[in-house]
Design a protein around this ligand. Structure first.
Ligand SMILES: Cc1cc2nc3c(=O)[nH]c(=O)nc-3n(C[C@H](O)[C@H](O)[C@H](O)COP(=O)(O)OP(=O)(O)OC[C@H]3O[C@@H](n4cnc5c(N)ncnc54)[C@H](O)[C@@H]3O)c2cc1C
Length: 379
């Protein structure tokens, strides 16, 4: 067993740590206030070859591994979680299903623009009446004369305003009395396709979260992604990978909150001593450091298993669940260590708490993760 990052992974870590400190962190507070999408950062990430990081070079990717993807997501999220979720969704929800299930032609047409950064990646699964129970999908696609005509709506879809196309799930028929769900690639400029970007969120203010309305949206039959009727299984596989991204985001936010708390505890004096000299503060910081170490190891292990081609459903769920829950605990404790200052926007730690909360909800809530893990351990 070897816990060292490879030379390549270390290079990615250093590159992304420097980039995030210099280019991403400085605007994070402002973006949180204004909700301005970090388009310039993504232009630079494209130039750095990060937008197709884990995808094959022949599609414009960098052919890197999932651990590297986790490192990039963690480092971006440490500086700005809105940037982190945009990147994570782009790769793991936008690019991954095309890479895993797309035909050669679909990869040429749709994966390449994602790898080059020409389009951001997005994935439309959730609907007003189908969240945790994604099998409750109501969006319907009817095949007529070689074309799918799609009607319905999706909610909370990340990145869609900046995507040239996205895969979404729709009911394409019924089999044995059950809905047959398929995934279909839809160019976002298709007639009848409307993207609404006006949610007022608790956190992740600079990330793009949208509602999609599909009114007689017509796409060629060749836009079916993977096998007809396999959309449900495909999104389960897609979400396994996505959960590594959410776990990595959580580690990044937790790391940022911990670093702030550690630094503040050394500077702030009460009773004539720094907070860091009180044992109770030391123990809080020790617990934070330990939880982050464990969460990061869990994320890396799930990523490593994915790279080995092994089944990693359980590990992905565990890392997502644990990392998102400790990110909330650590963000809250970081505010506590800052006292009243922590409650003020100026000190930034409250942003970590608001941003971290999504990680217990998106890509399967904590309850759903426990259901997945229970299933995997044979309950
Ligand atoms: C900022 C943001 C970005 C998102 N990005 C995307 C995206 O890009 N693409 C996409 O498709 N979706 C996206 N989502 C949707 C997200 O994945 C869903 O919100 C999530 O899966 C939960 O679904 P829901 O909101 O309908 O909650 P519900 O499913 O209604 O759940 C409500 C509560 O009930 C609990 N619950 C539900 N069923 C059970 C059960 N059987 N047993 C016990 N408890 C249960 C849940 O755990 C939760 O606590 C995003 C959401 C947000 C907020």
């Amino acid at each position: 067993m070897n816990f060292d990052l490879t030379q390549e992974q270390q290079m990615v870590k250093k590159l992304m740590r420097d980039f995030s400190n210099e280019e991403v962190a400085p605007g994070a507070v402002d973006r949180d206030r204004t909700g301005k999408f970090p388009l310039d950062i993504f232009k630079t990430l494209s130039q750095m070859g990060m937008m197709g990081l884990p995808f094959p070079e022949k599609y414009g990717g960098a052919g890197a591994d999932t651990i590297s993807f986790a490192i990039v997501t963690e480092e971006l999220s440490r500086a700005c979680a809105s940037t982190g979720i945009t990147y994570s969704a782009h790769i793991s929800l936008g690019g991954a299903p095309l890479h895993l299930f797309g035909t050669e032609q679909q990869k040429q047409d749709f994966l390449i623009p994602i790898c080059t950064g020409e389009s951001l990646g997005a994935f439309g699964l959730t609907e007003p009446n189908a969240g945790s129970d994604a099998g409750g999908t109501e969006t319907a696609a009817v095949l007529e004369e070689g074309k799918y005509i799609i009607n319905g709506s999706k909610v909370y879809i990340t990145n869609a305003s900046y995507a040239k196309h996205l895969a979404l799930t729709a009911v394409t028929g019924r089999k044995d009395g059950r809905k047959e769900i398929s995934a279909i690639i839809v160019p976002t400029d298709t007639e009848g396709f409307t993207i609404i970007d006006n949610y007022e969120k608790m956190g992740l203010h600079a990330s793009n979260t949208t509602e999609l309305i599909l009114d007689q949206v017509t796409v060629p039959e060749e836009n079916l992604l993977g096998e007809r009727g396999r959309g449900f299984q495909q999104f389960l596989v897609t979400l396994d990978g996505g959960r590594i991204g959410i776990g990595a985001m959580a580690v990044g936010i937790a790391q940022a909150a911990y670093e702030r708390a550690l630094n503040y505890s050394k500077e702030r004096k009460q009773f004539g001593k720094s907070l860091s000299s009180f044992q109770i503060t030391q123990f809080k910081l020790a617990d934070m450091a330990m939880k982050i170490e464990l969460a990061r190891n869990m994320v890396y292990k799930a990523a490593w298993m994915k790279d080995q081609g092994r089944k990693f459903t359980k590990e992905a769920s565990m890392c997502k669940l644990y990392a998102s829950e400790i990110a909330m605990q650590i963000a809250s404790e970081a505010i506590q260590i800052h006292g009243g200052y922590g409650y003020m926007r100026e000190y930034e730690v409250e942003r970590y708490l608001r941003d971290a909360k999504l990680l217990e909800i998106g890509e399967g809530t904590s309850e759903v993760q426990r259901m997945v893990i229970a299933g995997q351990i044979g309950c």
